[in-house]
Design a protein around this ligand. Structure first.
Ligand code: MN
Ligand code: MN
Length: 458
């Protein structure tokens, strides 16, 4: 093939001994992060603690920022902004923004969840984000979240992650009796209201009168003894079921990592570690770990919230410059995963324009569906800018769309940032089995994405 032709680079094929070592050791830190933060709340707390160690201080509106400042804004414990003020004039140079998200698809408890049926206690759920429901049955689930108790105290819940913890469960049919279910389309195998969580099976035998000898009553007693909770407390709770799996290397050669919720913590980790490790950058940098991306970036902790522009205004105000000028000169990487090319399902992918596992950070110029609908479609010039800085910093990258035209599609936070007059493009790690209880990524892509973010910040 001539040098005029374009070809993807396989990172593992090209890597020398040092790069391989770096790829594998970086992955170990990531696995710790992803195991210890399975929800936006846990990830947010983890990153806040890491930022403090790096000298980041909490920011309050009204504070005046100056060059060299390193601050963070923890938004309701579910979304965190890390900001480092650089030496350059922020009105002329803008802000280098990397925006990823720390919420992942999961199964949330309803507000009145508890019931008993035929001697089994269950919880009703309402799933969060785009899941294929049948994948979430017959796997161990851990319960994570927060309960706002009557006293005003907030109880943090994490059950099922410790080796000795119990886990929770959604049942499915045995093959022997599944003939009717098997005949249904896959998407209808389990309905939303079938995702009921198995909670317990022992009736409350200590009750004086027989009426109260129920499994649910026993459960309420356990919850009260252990956590001081009553049933009403579920009304003021955010409790989620997530897979009780740990991150593991996949394959004989350990090239890949399987874990719950790579989407999108596999881009969050490179975002904040790149910021921490590129400390002498002259640019002003903002790393955003957003919530609610999986349900449309809504609410106070999603990227559509005014907090994003409020913080940019606060930076501009600190230097007495126009916020519009800051935004006009800012650049943003919307750091989110894309669909990795899977040879087992090649019929949904267009081979020239797919992101391949282990071929580096994947740029998605446009997302959307049905004729790029709902996409911000980044400028050629912005891709060109990234091509230059990636080449200067030996970053291996590729480009990929989410599947064939008109087969599917998706969206990210990109358009909510771009609408503020900020050049924005999607870039991230290709994922296999996205939104399933156990997603797969390549350590090489994780590391190249980290190098890409470092190059962007530098
Ligand atoms: Mn995502
Ligand atoms: Mn997603």
């Amino acid at each position: 093939m001539s040098e005029l032709a374009y070809k993807r680079t396989n990172v593992y094929e090209k890597a020398d001994e040092q790069l391989l070592k770096d790829i594998f050791s970086y992955a170990e830190g990531y696995k710790t992060f992803i195991d210890e933060g399975k929800t936006e709340r846990e990830s947010c707390a983890w990153v806040e603690a890491a930022a403090k160690k790096q000298g980041y201080k909490p920011f309050k509106f009204g504070d005046k920022l100056k060059k060299g400042d390193k601050v963070y804004y923890n938004n309701r414990g579910k979304n965190i902004y890390l900001i480092k003020i650089g030496e350059k004039n922020v009105a002329e140079d803008g802000i280098r923004i990397i925006a990823s998200h720390i919420d992942s698809p999961r199964i949330d408890l309803k507000q009145v969840p508890l019931y008993e049926s035929d001697g089994i206690a269950f919880a009703k759920t309402h799933y969060y984000g785009g899941i294929r429901k049948y994948q979430w049955a017959a796997v161990p689930l851990a319960l994570h979240g927060a309960v706002a108790l009557k006293s005003g105290e907030v109880l943090n819940v994490k059950i099922g992650e410790d080796e000795n913890d119990p886990v929770f469960y959604i049942s499915d049919l045995l093959p022997h009796l599944a003939a009717k279910q098997n005949a249904k389309p896959l998407g209808e195998g389990l309905a939303g209201e079938d995702l009921n969580i198995w909670l317990g099976n022992i009736p409350y035998t200590a009750a004086a009168d027989d009426k109260d000898k129920t499994v649910k009553e026993n459960l309420l007693k356990i919850l009260n003894d252990k956590y001081g909770m009553s049933e009403e407390d579920f009304l003021c709770a955010e409790l989620s079921l997530v897979p009780a799996y740990k991150a593991k290397d996949i394959g004989f050669d350990r090239a890949l990592i399987g874990a719950y919720g790579h989407d999108d913590r596999v881009c969050s980790y490179p975002a904040f570690t790149a910021l921490f490790n590129e400390d002498s950058s002259a640019h002003t940098v903002m790393v955003i770990l957003a919530d609610k991306e999986e349900i449309g970036s809504e609410g106070t902790t999603g990227m559509q919230c005014a907090l994003f522009t409020d913080l940019i205004d606060a930076i501009a105000d600190s230097f007495g410059v126009s916020s519009a000028a800051v935004r006009a000169n800012s650049k943003c990487l919307s750091a989110d995963v894309n669909a990795g090319y899977d040879p087992n399902f090649r019929d949904v992918c267009e081979p020239l324009n797919s992101a391949y596992v282990s071929c580096g950070a994947g740029i998605t110029k446009f997302t959307g569906a049905r004729g790029k609908g709902g996409s911000n479609d980044a400028d050629a010039e912005f891709v060109g800018f990234l091509r230059r800085i990636f080449a200067e910093n030996n970053v291996i990258w590729q480009t990929g769309e989410m599947g064939k035209v008109d087969v599917g599609g998706g969206g990210t936070v990109a358009k909510y940032i771009a609408k503020n007059n900020i050049d924005t493009i999607d870039i991230g790690v290709p994922v296999i089995s996205m939104h399933s209880p156990y997603e797969v990524i390549s350590k090489a892509d994780l590391y190249e994405t980290y190098l890409a973010f470092k190059a962007f910040i530098k």
